[in-house]
Design a protein around this ligand. Structure first.
Ligand code: 13P
Length: 284
């Protein structure tokens, strides 16, 4: 069933696991994520960034997810990822999304607090979940051939985070602790000490840039209060690389329902592995 996500994150934090929030821009990805979550009896979040949402159309994503989730026993959240304006947040809410992320991390702190608070009020009026972000998470959900150096000034400051959470009223905080979007040549190194300090605030935290983070660091992050982990690049890779290879092997194939099951399976495999790693399997 389609649900709002706050209670899922609170339970995950309490029990020491994290819920996967998986980005989608195709129907195949939506099906694959739901199949994997069903198979492993896991709560799951399906999310779209602004560009993914406008490509798929928010009302359509909502109808598809609602229909696919309607008779399932697993809770499924539909989440706006990195909404950069109140208009986008409003659009996602009006389309039926159950959870929204207002990302004001590119703004001065005062403006970020003001707008995140306004987004939180909008979400809470409808009993929906709101995620805020403090500290900037660099990169984009792609394979990057180069190294990335994270500027320490962009990391989440624990003291500022306390003020941010209390003044905005958010339900979950997206943190910048060495995580980046996409896969770069150098492995990410999470600042676990910083995370442990932010954990003291008490609300669940969200770890973006879930692709390419080594398993042991993911586990340590979960033990420090991470209750939601976003994954996009590894799903995009699984889909596109499988499609590329499959069509190269069968250049005369033109029937989508003949070839797309392989791409669905490739995404499903990635989602299943993440669900097991995050420990959200068999929670239903
Ligand atoms: P990755 O593309 O690195 O998995 O990050 C996804 C993400 O954080 C979406 O907000």
């Amino acid at each position: 069933m389609l649900v709002t996500t706050k209670d899922l994150y609170l339970d995950a934090k309490k029990e020491g696991y994290a819920i996967g929030a998986f980005n989608v821009s195709t129907l195949e990805a939506i099906k694959a994520i739901i199949n994997a979550a069903m198979k492993l009896k896991s709560p799951v979040v399906i999310e779209t960034s602004e560009k993914e949402m406008s490509f798929l159309e928010p009302a359509l994503v909502f109808d598809i997810v609602k229909e696919l989730a309607k008779d399932l026993r697993i809770p499924v959240g539909l989440h706006l990822d990195h909404g950069k304006s109140l208009e986008t947040v409003k659009e996602a809410i009006a389309s039926g999304y159950t959870s929204v992320h207002f990302d004001g991390s590119g703004l001065p702190d005062g403006d970020n607090i003001k707008l995140t608070k306004a987004a939180a009020e909008m979400a809470h009026q409808r009993n929906l979940t709101i995620e805020g972000e403090l500290g900037h998470i660099a990169g984009s959900s792609e394979m990057h051939g180069e190294q990335i150096i994270i500027d320490k000034k962009t990391l989440t400051d624990p003291e500022m985070a306390k003020k941010f959470v209390s003044e905005t009223g958010i339900d979950i905080l997206a943190v910048s602790v060495g995580n980046i979007h996409g896969i770069y040549k150098n492995e990410p190194k999470l600042d676990i000490e910083r995370l442990a300090k932010i954990k003291e605030i008490g609300i669940p935290m969200s770890l973006h840039g879930g692709s390419g983070i080594p398993d042991d660091q993911i586990k340590r992050a979960i033990s420090c209060g991470i209750a939601k982990i976003n994954v996009n690049t590894e799903l995009r890779m699984a889909y596109t690389e499988t499609l590329r290879d499959e069509l190269a092997e069968n250049p005369d194939e033109i029937v989508p329902y003949e070839y797309l099951p392989e791409e669905i399976e490739a995404i499903e495999d990635v989602v299943e592995a993440k669900i097991r790693l995050f420990g959200s399997d068999n929670r239903i």
